[in-house]
Design a protein around this ligand. Structure first.
Ligand SMILES: NC(=O)c1ccc[n+]([C@@H]2O[C@H](COP(=O)([O-])OP(=O)(O)OC[C@H]3O[C@@H](n4cnc5c(N)ncnc54)[C@H](O)[C@@H]3O)[C@@H](O)[C@H]2O)c1
Ligand SMILES: [Zn+2]
Length: 405
């Protein structure tokens, strides 16, 4: 009889000792450098300006191909100039015209863009996709580019104020899914973003105010000089003034972009959940979902910021006078600061949602004086109630309430 022993002395190492799956494990670590340019330029569609041509690899002599995905409204306004520009630079541009509205920001649209890439037989690295439009199209085409063969180069040309100071300058892409905003998305940097304020000349006033909300946010959390500049100029800020890009407007836009990039760069993938750029983005998602008629994103952000201004007063982080300046600036920018849907109960729901999104803590950014930011984790329902009362008392004396009628 043969005796079978399974326990072997550790010193007798044989092939049998090598652990078998599932006990084997490897750990792979890699880093991917990310670099992209954000250029503020004038006369982007003037053939004398080489920026857009260079971004797709054109030199004016050799023909190059590119896929231009353009917002339908923008195509109507600038399509002729875009086509003339690309012709002048011998760019063989294929066109895909798409709606750029929030209710068409879905996965099907992103897949449609990838279908256009397939149909064109776009070369994987050298031929670029150029997206020309507002934040919606930036997000949809960015997502398509990140999905196509696991990543294809693309160039952003944002044509709205939100696009130019926010959606076009970061690395987030996304589409709405189910009942959730931006539920499906990726982090995928463009090769370059080309910003020409001239596009803003035709943007509707409500959409200019929408973008101003994000600029006011940057001013409140990190740039007191920008805040003062906005106070001085807000009455005259419209599409034409921004497009003319005089010294003051040039400074407003460039400070907003620089501030945004400064905040994003060290935290591009949002590993750190304390993000000052989330200021005004805690309660607003709940409001955006429920307001009827719908609010634009920046409008909901303004209503949220007003509550945060009041919360900061309650905590002694902001003086009453500075709070009134902040609320006054939003009203002067033609933004709402209160909304009937925004009840204390909804604020609590919004905060609870934000806690989930922020991995278990409130991480609520509040102004620490104008131009600085702190994070708090212990805001109570009572504080929210008092904050709303503060805003309503202020709004009662100003035309700051959009009642949805
Ligand atoms: N990825 C990010 O980091 C990020 C940041 C902020 C916002 N966003 C997203 O951006 C979207 C909002 O962007 P938006 O405010 O630009 O909206 P949008 O893209 O819907 O554009 C607003 C409207 O303006 C039109 N338009 C675009 N350019 C124009 C021009 N030059 N002249 C006249 N009309 C023009 C569009 O057709 C549209 O009807 C939201 O979906 C939001 O989630 C993304
Ligand atoms: Zn925003």
């Amino acid at each position: 009889m043969t005796e079978i022993t399974t326990a072997q002395p550790r010193s007798l190492t044989t092939a049998l000792d090598i652990p078998r799956p599932p006990d084997l494990s490897w750990y792979v670590q890699a880093r991917q450098p990310v670099g992209y340019e954000v250029n503020l330029t004038r006369g982007l569609l003037n053939p004398d300006n080489p920026a857009l041509a260079r971004s797709v690899g054109a030199d004016g002599y050799t023909s190059v191909r590119t896929l231009v995905v353009v917002d339908k409204v923008v195509d109507g306004l600038y399509g002729k100039a875009l086509r003339a520009y690309f012709d002048a630079w011998r760019v063989d541009a294929r066109w895909k015209v798409m709606p750029g509205d929030e209710d068409t920001k879905n996965l099907e649209q992103a897949v449609e863009v990838t279908a256009a890439m397939t149909e064109m037989g776009i070369l994987r690295r050298t031929e670029k996709v150029v997206v020309v439009g507002g934040g919606v199209l930036m997000d949809v085409v960015g997502l398509a580019a990140s999905l196509y063969r696991r990543g294809a180069p693309y160039v952003r040309v944002p044509t709205t104020l939100v696009g130019q100071v926010d959606a076009g300058v970061g690395v987030k892409t996304g589409v709405n899914h189910g009942t959730h905003k931006n539920r499906l998305g990726t982090y995928f940097a463009p090769e370059i973003t080309l910003i020409d304020p001239e596009f803003l000349r035709t943007v509707e006033p409500r959409h200019i105010a929408n973008g101003l909300a994000e600029i006011i946010k940057m001013a409140l959390i990190k740039d007191a000089s920008l805040f003062r500049l906005l106070e001085e100029t807000v009455a005259g800020i419209d599409g034409d003034a921004l497009a003319d890009c005089g010294p003051a407007m040039g400074e407003v836009v460039s400070r907003a972009i620089a501030g945004m990039l400064d905040e994003l760069e060290p935290n591009l993938w949002e590993w750190v959940l304390e993000r000052s750029v989330d200021y005004g983005h805690t309660f607003s998602p709940s409001l955006e979902l429920r307001a009827d008629p719908p609010l634009l994103h920046g409008e909901a952000v303004a209503v949220d910021m007003a509550v945060c201004v009041a919360l900061a007063v309650g905590r002694g982080l902001l003086s009453q006078a500075d709070a009134e300046r902040a609320l006054g600036l939003m009203v002067a920018a033609r933004l709402p600061i209160a909304h009937p849907v925004f009840t204390p109960e909804l604020l609590e729901v919004g905060l609870a949602d934000a806690v989930k999104h922020r991995d278990g803590l409130q991480r609520l950014p509040l102004t620490n004086g104008i131009g600085d930011c702190v994070f708090v984790n212990d805001v109570t329902g009572d504080e929210l109630r008092r904050a709303l009362e503060f805003v309503h008392a202020y709004a009662g004396t100003r035309d700051g309430v959009r009642d949805g009628s």
